[in-house]
Design a protein around this ligand. Structure first.
Ligand SMILES: [Fe+2]
Length: 455
């Protein structure tokens, strides 16, 4: 009662002012709420972003004097990689790391001027502060006569954290060659975001991220990580696949340059040459009649491969061809080399005609371990040096048998079993010996093949 009787009557002006005040307050409250929402959103975004760009860095493209490191940095961020020689108190080397592409959260750094056969460790600094990540490491490749060991494999479920990746890491290979199906996203759209999300799931997986941080990666795709099942040059996502590959993968210089190009590449370790093929992004569709117009590699890549093979006559003493699909097999309705038998014969005849020795295929795609000493792999139609063929799959995927026959048999992974190939190269100067074993994630050898190279 008191309040109503004692309160002065509200004039019209006063009422309007008062109403304006309430409106202002309401507006201010709305603004504050909007700002609060924005701020919360920013926090949420940063959390999301932090989740998406979980700290991770990975190494590849290693040579006897250089390496490539990729890392999650955040869009527009710059940082530094601090690189130390293990066991050496010399001041650390510093390399700038910056976005690999416009609008990309992935940083890329090319480390040069390194010493051959030296173990390095590296850490990441952003805005002068070290990112809380375990140090990465890698060993630069040897030059000249040198022995080494490497692992190869293909095919793992998207974002797999299978124990097999830890087994490979614990064996400390000089590098890990991944022959495709890094993920099974089967992307059929030309959207880089889809490829980025697939790579994110791989490079943030607990076991894979540690492997790629500590063991140099060399990788070329197969069908499921390039496009849909059995994909070819008509895959809708071809351009995005090629561009995001270069954004995320620490690769060797691509034979075709940079940008919207196939990803074939080569590197050397000691006196051994590795030629990695892109068997997807230039291939003719499977239903093209086999003959001179049906190609798996495309004319430019094929010319590159022949040139590289010829060059090995004067340089390398042993050449591994990384082919993400099986070399051995029969039948035209085949996603492997058998479906492109005309081109396979052309290559086999080229190798035979130039008397190229010590060529060995490393193959993926088939989810099995297998080995052939050259008895079943000759497609030249004439006498030629045997071409051993090795299969080391699948990392984390159901079993499948493809191609064959294989002189030294095959092994299909059991349920939940991971598999990989392990290769020991012993270069003794006058002789190079190769020991292959196809292994499970428990490091049990299931398939073996050894051969000597004629120097
Ligand atoms: Fe696969």
């Amino acid at each position: 009662m008191l309040s109503s009787s004692s309160a002065p009557p509200l004039s019209r002006r006063g009422f309007l002012l008062s109403a304006a005040g309430i409106l202002t307050a309401a507006f201010a409250l709305a603004l504050a709420r909007r700002d609060a929402n924005k701020s919360a959103q920013r926090v949420a975004n940063s959390v999301l972003s932090a989740k998406r760009v979980a700290p991770s860095m990975w190494v590849g493209g290693v040579t006897n004097s250089s390496a490539v490191i990729k890392a999650y940095l955040g869009v527009g961020m710059r940082g530094q990689l601090v690189v130390r020689e293990v066991g050496n108190v010399a001041p650390a080397l510093r390399f700038d790391i910056a976005s690999a592409a416009k609008g990309s959260a992935i940083g890329s750094a090319h480390l040069t001027g390194l010493q051959s056969s030296v173990q390095y460790e590296y850490s990441l600094e952003v805005e002068g502060r070290r990112v809380s990540l375990p140090r990465g490491r890698f060993k630069t490749f040897p030059s000249g006569v040198a022995s080494f060991q490497f692992a190869f494999a293909s095919c793992a479920r998207t974002g797999s954290a299978h124990q097999v990746f830890t087994t490979i890491r614990n064996k400390e290979p000089l590098f890990f060659l991944h022959l495709g199906d890094l993920h099974y996203s089967n992307i059929a759209k030309d959207k880089p975001a889809l490829f980025r999300a697939a790579f994110d799931s791989v490079f943030t997986s607990a076991t894979q991220s540690q492997l790629y941080r500590e063991v140099p990666l060399a990788y070329v795709w197969d069908d499921h990580d390039f496009g849909p099942n059995n994909s070819d040059s008509l895959a809708p996502g071809r351009r995005s696949a090629r561009v995001t590959y270069q954004e995320y993968i620490p690769h060797y210089p691509l034979g075709a340059g940079a940008g919207d190009v196939p990803i074939y590449q080569a590197f050397s370790v000691g006196r051994v040459r590795f030629l990695l093929l892109d068997v997807r992004s230039e291939r003719s569709p499977a239903d093209v009649t086999d003959g001179p117009r049906k190609t798996l590699l495309g004319s430019v890549q094929k010319a590159w491969l022949k040139q590289e093979l010829l060059a090995t006559r004067d340089g390398a003493k042993l050449t591994f061809i990384g082919s993400p699909i099986p070399w051995i097999g029969a039948g035209r309705a085949n996603d492997g080399w058998a479906g492109y038998a005309f081109e396979r014969r052309e290559l086999a005849q080229f190798i035979a005609a130039h008397q190229l020795k010590n060529v060995c295929f490393l193959c993926g795609d088939a989810h099995m371990l297998a080995a052939d000493d050259g008895r079943e792999s000759g497609y030249a139609g004439t006498a030629a040096a045997p071409i051993p063929v090795l299969h080391g799959s699948a990392l984390d995927r159901g079993a499948s048998f493809k191609g064959g026959p294989y002189s030294h048999g095959y092994y299909l992974p059991k349920q939940n079993e991971g598999c990989f190939g392990w290769v020991e190269v012993r270069d003794e100067g006058a002789r190079i010996a190769v020991d292959f074993s196809g292994r499970t994630h428990r490091d049990e050898p299931k398939i073996r093949l050894s051969f000597d190279c004629t120097i």
